[in-house]
Design a protein around this ligand. Structure first.
Ligand SMILES: [Zn+2]
Length: 170
């Protein structure tokens, strides 16, 4: 991956949890072993999404056309005060990287949350595939919120009083 790849800056956001960054990177590069890819490699015949079962499991579907991930995304948008819901993962990254409408800390928190969401969706998908268990939207969203709050409290040391007020209310 070149330093100049357009999404680099968003992926290597230092607030994001390292293992989340890695899965985000794989997702943007379309390198996760989705069922569509497994089928192309002759490893499986079934290409149905493990989470919803209604569509082909591609990267585009998982992030975020799938009913499961889409509903998690909407919950996170409500939580963070993001008003648009029409994002694919790529649109999300592009918007975050050029967005001027939100302050920089807010944007970093959204970026951290997107990375956490991608990780959680992929984890839920693996759980569905291997353990036949799809987590509830509610528990997936709770986990993401917990990870984001914990991580940012741990690594972001220079919050302004205003940022603090906003973040503490999340
Ligand atoms: Zn699905």
């Amino acid at each position: 991956m070149g330093q100049n790849w357009r999404y680099s800056k968003g992926i290597w956001n230092r607030l994001s949890i390292p293992k989340h960054r890695f899965i985000l990177w794989l997702a943007l590069k379309q390198r996760l072993m989705t069922r569509e890819r497994l089928a192309k490699m002759g490893i499986t015949e079934c290409t149905d999404c493990c989470l919803c079962g209604v569509d082909t499991e591609t990267h585009e579907h998982l992030f975020f056309e799938c009913g499961f991930s889409r509903r998690c995304l909407i919950q996170l948008h409500l939580w963070l005060g993001v008003r648009r819901h029409d994002f694919s993962l790529y649109q999300h990254m592009t918007w975050l990287l050029r967005s001027h409408e939100t302050g920089s800390f807010h944007r970093k928190v959204i970026m951290t949350s997107v990375a956490a969401l991608v990780y959680q969706v992929w984890r839920a998908r693996n759980d569905a595939l291997w353990n036949n268990k799809v987590p509830s939207i509610q528990s997936a969203v709770q986990q993401i919120k917990f990870n984001v709050k914990h991580r940012i409290n741990q690594v972001y040391k220079n919050m302004t009083p205003m940022e603090h007020r906003w973040f503490d209310l999340l």
